[in-house]
Design a protein around this ligand. Structure first.
Ligand code: TXA
Ligand code: MG
Length: 321
């Protein structure tokens, strides 16, 4: 792909207007959300969405999430339901993606849905993302702004490390407060299904619904999202549930322990989620195997462990670039 100068923009209104102009011109622009940085494109344009797949090196069967400014706009693209209403009222704007049947005449590029008849959609809470969506006034398809399979970006520096020169611009507004991708709930089949654990803890969703979520078996569907086993992977090897570092390893800790970097000294899972990808990026720069302390399997710990299992999974050999 052609190299281009990546414009570095701030979250000022003038710069966000520039980002919106670039999106309208079919360019791809990275922007912060409360979860991770997204790589945005006009979701109605095949050409723009194709640029996202190309820049990320993403397998084109893996569909994208569409971002809109509010639930009223979401309802133009998807068939709404009582569960959708309940979850949108409880958690939008915020780190929750809903998968719903597409409406007729939706106008979304089939590249976004990878040909499925459902759409993953969310309303991000980050003020810069929200303002950009208002200014652009159209749906924005945005996967995480990292080369496919690599660690997700929670700062502009992470984005540029992977995609500098491959994208038109980036809006730099500091670190992402949640630090894990949105939780994805499927509402297109029978009852609500958890398709991807993420930045909104499952038990909070169950409280809002008043019942348990079912879980899609990992192998079940292609729509089983981004859930290629090796994902979020650093270049270095990753060993989980480590009580201490073995010779040569660096230790990513949790709670009160001696380690190279700590996800949260106080054992706070929200803080650990916010630090996870940044710490993996930093340790990865050291080119040594990474050992990771055990993380409790509750609240946001479930999503943290999901990402860690994928970071540690055996990887297909990949080309370096
Ligand atoms: O927090 C987030 O969700 C971030 C920010 C940028 O919003 N985005 C993100 O996108 O994580 P991405 O592309 O890395 O992950 C999108 C996930 C994939 O796992 C994909 O398979 C799933 O959403 N997905 C998209 N459309 C779907 C659909 N129609 N049915 C089921 N899963 C879908
Ligand atoms: Mg991703």
């Amino acid at each position: 792909m052609n190299r281009q100068n990546t414009e570095i923009l701030t979250a000022s209104d003038a710069d966000l207007a520039r980002a919106a102009t670039l999106l309208a011109a079919g360019e791809i622009v990275a922007f912060p959300t409360e979860t991770v940085y997204g790589l945005g494109a006009d979701a109605r344009s095949n050409a723009a969405v194709a640029k996202v797949y190309e820049a990320k090196g993403r397998p084109s069967f893996n569909p994208l999430i569409v971002h809109v400014a509010n639930a009223a706009t979401a309802r133009r693209y998807v068939k709404w339901s009582d569960s959708a209403e309940r979850l949108a009222i409880a958690f939008w704007p915020g780190p929750l993606t809903l998968v719903l049947p597409l409406r007729d005449g939706h106008g979304i590029s089939p590249l976004v849905t990878a040909g499925l008849d459902t759409l993953a959609i969310r309303v991000p809470a980050h003020p810069a993302a929200h303002r950009l969506l208002e200014l652009f006034d159209n749906p924005v398809a945005a996967p995480s702004a990292n080369p496919s399979g690599r660690i997700s970006p929670t700062s502009a520096a992470h984005v540029l490390a992977g995609l500098d020169g491959r994208i038109a611009a980036i809006v730099d507004d500091g670190a992402c407060p949640v630090g894990l991708e949105s939780t994805i709930v499927g509402l297109a089949g029978g009852g609500p299904e958890l398709l991807r654990p993420g930045g909104l803890a499952e038990d909070r969703i169950e409280s809002a619904l008043g019942h348990r979520l079912s879980h899609r078996a990992e192998s079940a569907a292609l729509s089983a999202p981004g859930q290629l086993l090796s994902h979020y992977a650093p270049s270095a090897a990753v060993r989980l549930n480590a009580q201490s570092a073995r010779p040569g390893e660096i230790l990513l800790g949790f709670g009160d322990m001696a380690c190279t970097l700590n996800l949260s000294n106080t054992g706070d899972l929200t803080e650990a989620a916010a630090n996870l990808f940044d710490h993996l990026h930093r340790l990865d720069g050291q080119n040594r195997p990474i050992a990771v302390a055990p993380i409790p399997e509750r609240g946001l710990g479930k999503a943290i462990n999901d990402r860690l299992r994928r970071a540690a999974a055996p990887r297909p050999t990949r080309k370096t670039r």
